[in-house]
Design a protein around this ligand. Structure first.
Ligand code: FUB
Length: 308
């Protein structure tokens, strides 16, 4: 019919209209958003801050997290909550009273969705687990054991154009390990990016590629709280060279700035969090998204945070 726009034009208009209404999720606390494009939609895998439940015996005034939800959207404004995709009590190796389901990631490879998450093991210490699903919204089935040879938090997986997958994570420094094709084991020993700042770099690495440049982005405490910085390389294993600041320290004083970056319908976005729904307690956070722009030489312009 004459009054229907061709799909290509409609897609272009939608891409230009796509914007985020911050914070993205209003009915629960969310943090550490990893956003991915699956099946033409944006799926966000955040961690889920909650108030300490009765009987909680962990560190007071700290992060309390017992499960994960996933949210999807086509316009970054209307979000569908797909509900709980994984709980600490479903993970055989995790301490069910630790409430430490920290920042996760999810990637797609060869027909399966792989969800990577940290948790405190029954044997002690942070380990990283993998749960596998046929759909981006689960149900995710956790593996019986955490990834062998990996101790740390904040897993983030980058799959290169040749299909090779790399696991980045933190334990006071940023580590990288190549994943085997089964996506559940690493090849050899993890390597450490020990040439990045020695102090104040303890969590939240994220890697993406654009025009042959590999970007390693990470929170760094250069002053009082975390700000978002990045380094670039010609290989996903580095060496990475510091290249600038993407997001300044939050004016709100929120200490953490866990994030992810993605290209959705031709526009790049930074997903991050602040404490919009809990101004007096920065362990109850709220996820946001804002547009991100590149300069002609591949450097990143500082992101301007917006609310509503
Ligand atoms: O959400 C718990 C921890 O706070 C994350 O793992 C860190 O990246 C920081 O955001």
């Amino acid at each position: 019919p004459g009054n229907v726009l061709p799909a290509s034009v409609a897609g272009l208009l939608l891409a230009n209209a796509a914007f985020a209404t911050n914070p993205l999720i209003m009915d629960q606390f969310t943090a550490d958003p990893t956003a991915r494009v699956f099946e033409g939609k944006v799926y966000v895998y955040p961690s889920h801050d909650i108030k300490a439940p009765p009987g909680y015996k962990g560190k007071p005034n700290w992060f309390v997290m017992e499960d994960y939800h996933v949210f999807s959207s086509e316009n970054l404004t209307d979000w569908k909550d797909h509900g709980v995709i994984l709980k600490q009590t479903e993970v055989a190796w995790a301490d069910p009273g630790a409430y430490a389901m920290w920042a996760p990631d999810s990637v797609y490879k060869d027909g399966k969705y792989y969800f990577y998450f940290p948790a405190i093991a029954k044997a002690g210490g942070f380990r990283i687990g993998v749960a596998i699903a046929d759909q981006p919204y689960g149900p995710f089935k956790p593996q019986a054991t955490p990834i062998e040879g990996v101790k740390g938090i904040d897993p983030s997986v980058f799959i290169d154009k040749d299909g090779s997958a790399y696991l980045y994570y933190s334990l006071d420094k940023i580590f990288v390990a190549k994943l085997k094709p089964n996506m559940r084991e690493i090849e050899g020993e993890p390597a450490v990016f020990d040439y990045l700042p020695k102090k104040g770099l303890q969590e939240g690495p994220f890697v993406f590629e654009r025009n042959g440049i590999y970007y390693l982005t990470y929170p760094h405490v250069a002053n009082k709280t975390e700000r978002l910085e990045y380094a670039t390389a010609t290989s996903p294993m580095g060496p990475f060279k510091h290249a600038g600041v993407i997001l300044d320290e939050a004016e709100s004083g929120c200490w953490t700035v866990h994030h992810s970056i993605l290209d959705y319908r031709g526009q790049w976005y930074l997903f991050y969090h602040d404490k919009d729904l809990s101004p007096s307690f920065d362990k109850n956070r709220a996820i946001r998204a804002d547009k991100l722009f590149f300069n002609a030489d591949g450097t990143i312009e500082k992101v301007v945070p917006t609310l509503r």
